[in-house]
Design a protein around this ligand. Structure first.
Ligand SMILES: Nc1ncnc2c1ncn2[C@@H]1O[C@H](COP(=O)(O)OP(=O)(O)OP(=O)(O)O)[C@@H](O)[C@H]1O
Ligand SMILES: [Mg+2]
Length: 271
């Protein structure tokens, strides 16, 4: 498998008055292309910060972020904007749709920034995507004429319209009821399986975690777990086990983290 995202010792500090908030501390991991990865952790653990760094919405204080083979450090804002347009789609928790644009215009919007896209080509991209997310009948509706689940589906179609390699979704189900949320996750999985799009989504909901096949657990800005699903259960990634063993040899005896499924008694395969 090809690696599509890599973080190398990434830290992010935010200035807050005279203090600094350490949102991420020394986070390193890689993501293979085509996986459905969940970033899980409690509120304030650094999930949005992590997604924003991968999505090039923010820059790390230290460390390197490499996306689709491009090292993001040292790129100009214009280069970053172009790379973002061509490689990532973002689904925000609050949808971030343009209220004055219709559903189809919202989906079309990123394509307007691609000069090679003619109007007929844009239409050819937008219509089948609206169909796929089940919104053809609502194409002319503005966001305030749509339900939360329908808005989220517009946001998904907009994230996919540029055919990005990676889609980042920050708590995509947090504002939705359980059934609608499950439908949105099933849609993401469908795109993942059919198009090979890499999905990275964040959540603090245990039920949502089980939609993923790779797992990054964070707490207090620190990486606490790297896992993958095998035969329906979460198992520790070899890379993470090796790193933990090396840390233990160096005498690091941290308490197991709450967000670490290795501490769940029903996860017998984990150690
Ligand atoms: N712009 C900012 N300025 C100062 N501190 C910030 C800023 N953005 C985030 N933080 C802090 O960084 C930490 C991580 O925030 P982040 O938004 O990444 O958490 P999160 O895991 O997404 O939480 P939630 O589940 O509530 O969305 C928090 O302590 C937060 O207060
Ligand atoms: Mg967040």
């Amino acid at each position: 498998m090809t690696e599509i995202i890599r973080l190398e010792q990434v830290s992010k500090e935010y200035p807050l008055g005279a203090h600094k908030v350490q949102a991420l501390k020394d986070v390193s991991f890689s993501v293979d292309a085509g996986v459905l990865l969940v970033v899980a952790g409690p509120s304030g653990s650094g999930k949005s910060t992590l997604l924003n760094l991968i999505g090039q919405i923010d820059v790390p204080t230290r460390g390197r972020v490499i996306v689709a083979g491009h090292d993001l450090s040292g790129k100009t804002p214009d280069e970053l904007a172009e790379l973002r347009l061509r490689t990532v789609g973002f689904i925000f928790q609050s949808f971030n749709l343009f209220p004055v644009l219709t559903a189809e215009e919202n989906v079309e919007f990123p394509l307007l920034q691609m000069p090679e896209m003619t109007k007929p080509e844009r239409k050819r991209r937008v219509a089948p995507l609206l169909e796929l997310v089940g919104l053809t009948r609502y194409a002319r509706h503005r966001p305030n004429q749509l339900s939360g689940g329908q808005r989220q589906r517009v946001a998904i179609a907009r994230a996919l319209v540029t055919r990005p390699k990676i889609v980042l979704a920050d708590e995509p189900t947090a504002n939705l009821d359980h059934k609608t949320g499950s439908g949105i996750l099933a849609l993401m999985k469908q795109f993942n399986r059919q198009l090979g799009t890499t999905f990275v989504f964040s959540t603090h909901d245990k039920k949502v975690i089980d939609f993923a096949d790779h797992y990054v657990g964070i707490e207090d800005g620190e990486l606490r777990f790297l896992g993958l699903r095998k035969e329906g259960r979460w198992v520790v990634r070899d890379e993470w086990r090796d790193r933990r063993q090396a840390e233990r040899r160096q005498g690091d005896r941290r308490e197991p983290a709450r967000s670490d499924p290795a501490t769940d008694s029903d996860q017998g395969t984990l150690s």
